[in-house]
Write a protein that binds this ligand. Structure first.
Ligand SMILES: Cc1cc2nc3c(=O)[nH]c(=O)nc-3n(C[C@H](O)[C@H](O)[C@H](O)COP(=O)(O)OP(=O)(O)OC[C@H]3O[C@@H](n4cnc5c(N)ncnc54)[C@H](O)[C@@H]3O)c2cc1C
Length: 494
């Protein structure tokens, strides 16, 4: 394969594909370099549920984007969610640390970017089964995340690939980029991968974080993070991130922070190409969560799930054996997300008493019985409504359960064993709103761009569900446009 291109994109995830489409649309010859084999094209993006956070004035705006006519649509309630709402969620969950200009770019750019992707063939749907509850005959969405791609991450990658092929984008797999090449003026001229060198007028780095690298996890995230399971691709080991830092890029974002969730204890060490996201266990706001001693350690109902799930993986990692259990009873079992709680090989236990459930699951029985008795005594009467923060909180319990706190008292009882599953790391490269990589002197490195997990500055401590794909799409597209324009300004000799 020809080693030269106008624009090289490193990584074939959502951010990389968005950069490639945008650059190709502007006439650039694009070459994508991928570390994994052909089967690993798509990176972490392949493993996602395809949930994308976007902004909308109302349901009609979304109806224009989604496939087909869903018969539930007339009975569906979706509150408007504008850029100001998205920005407020970003500020709230990141404890005010998200970069304001990057955040502004993402929240104002995402709706148009999804329309652009739709035009390129990316298909969307409303995710009733994951983000809505049926209450009084109406399907009520909660948490600003109604939209997902058809067939999740697998569908998104398949649709990206089709669009890339149509545009003549070349993809070279089994190519682990390990260095960024710069000329004597500091301008980026390409990348290296072992003995190979690839030349281009601009390079977009979209090779993910370092979540699949145990050593870097222990080094940057801290003790025991080497024990977490990796939810997605085994290839995001931080090699390109480190190469970019070596080449002079400035680090940005939360280098000791990451996105990590409750993940099935039986899941493999790295992503499962067949079950992908089905190992996740996200109905915990309806449960109580305990450790092996039978003790609760989080407020399961602190917030709508989309605003707590990404930080609760770290809380599970802190428990003995990095293990926890989500407990449900006959009242809440029908509300569980089917794809997750009925996945093949799920670590599920069922019993008619709490003590028996503890024995089966490997929880300390006396501890669990005490916890459940104490919890049940702290619940209060009131109307349970899973589609809103219903205020049905416990009284006098530590930690409290602030919403959806119904007594756990109707057998059969269910326990699901979970551990910490790391999704992606928050530390990355400093970029500007055009996706240009910034160096240690706060200057843009000519010809170098970054997007997706590789770009730092948006996420700290926590994350609003569905924002990873949004960030990758907005900044990938911008980086692709800028990279192509930079090259066309200089050459386009072909
Ligand atoms: C199970 C799971 C579920 C998720 N669900 C969602 C969701 O529903 N919504 C959401 O917004 N986010 C979700 N996420 C997060 C989401 O995956 C990421 O935010 C997003 O996909 C990142 O896209 P990206 O292009 O930056 O990285 P990736 O998609 O990971 O792409 C990076 C690519 O770079 C390649 N690469 C790595 N190193 C090199 C190298 N040295 N040389 C060349 N190539 C290299 C990798 O192989 C990979 O293909 C989920 C993640 C997981 C794991």
């Amino acid at each position: 394969m020809d080693h030269d291109a106008d624009v090289i994109v490193v990584g074939t995830g959502n951010a990389g594909f968005c950069a490639a489409h945008a650059a190709a649309e502007r006439g650039a010859r694009v070459l994508m370099l991928e570390k994994g084999p052909t089967s690993a094209i798509g990176g972490n993006t392949y493993f996602t549920a395809g949930a994308i956070r976007t902004t909308y004035r109302g349901i009609d705006e979304l109806a224009d984007l989604v496939d087909g006519d869903d018969e539930r649509l007339p009975y569906t309630d979706i509150d408007p969610y504008g850029p100001a709402d998205f920005a407020a969620d970003m500020r709230r969950v990141t404890l005010g640390r998200c970069d304001p200009t990057l955040t502004d770019t993402m929240v104002h750019g995402i709706a148009d970017t999804l329309r652009w992707l739709h035009g390129l063939g990316v298909r969307f749907r409303l995710q009733y089964e994951r983000q809505a509850y049926e209450v009084d005959g109406r399907h009520r969405f909660w948490g600003g995340l109604p939209l997902a791609t058809v067939d999740g991450g697998k569908g998104l990658v398949a649709q990206h690939l089709l669009a890339a092929r149509r545009a003549g984008v070349r993809i070279r797999c089994d190519t682990a980029v390990d260095r960024v090449l710069r000329d004597s003026d500091g301008r980026v001229t390409g990348v290296g991968a072992g003995a190979d060198e690839f030349r281009a007028g601009a390079v977009v780095l979209a090779a993910g974080g370092f979540q699949a690298n145990k050593l870097l996890r222990a080094q940057y995230l801290g003790p025991n993070w080497d024990l977490a399971k990796v939810r997605g691709t085994p290839h995001n080991t931080g090699g390109v991130l480190m190469a970019a830092l070596d080449a002079g890029a400035q680090p940005a974002g939360h280098w000791s922070g990451c996105h990590a969730v409750a993940w099935d204890a039986n899941a493999p060490q790295t992503g499962d190409f067949e079950l992908t996201n089905r190992h996740t266990k996200q109905s915990y706001p309806l449960s109580i969560v305990v450790n092996t001693a039978g003790k609760r350690f989080i407020d399961e109902g602190a917030e709508i799930r989309n605003y707590t799930y990404a930080k609760y993986g770290a809380e599970i990692l802190r428990q003995p054996g990095a293990q926890a259990f989500q407990l449900f009873d006959a009242k809440t079992a029908p509300l569980l997300r089917e794809a997750e709680y009925e996945a093949p090989g799920v670590s599920r236990f069922e019993a008619d008493s709490i003590a028996e459930l503890a024995e089966l699951a490997g929880i300390e029985p006396a501890g669990l019985v005490d916890t459940v008795n104490e919890y049940n005594a702290a619940t209060r009467p009131g109307a349970f409504n899973p589609s809103i923060k219903d205020g049905l909180g416990t009284a006098g319990l530590n930690p409290p359960k602030s919403n959806w706190a119904q007594p756990l008292d109707e057998p059969p009882y269910l326990a699901f064993a979970v551990t910490c599953g790391i999704t992606f790391t928050f530390g990355g490269l400093k970029i500007d709103t055009a996706g240009r990589v910034i160096d240690d002197a706060d200057e843009a490195i000519t010809g170098l761009f970054a997007a997706g997990e590789m770009a730092g500055g948006l996420f700290f401590h926590n994350y609003p569900g569905g924002s990873g794909l949004s960030a990758g799409a907005v900044f990938g597209r911008r980086a692709g446009v800028e990279a192509a324009d930079l090259v066309s300004a200089h050459t386009y000799a072909h």
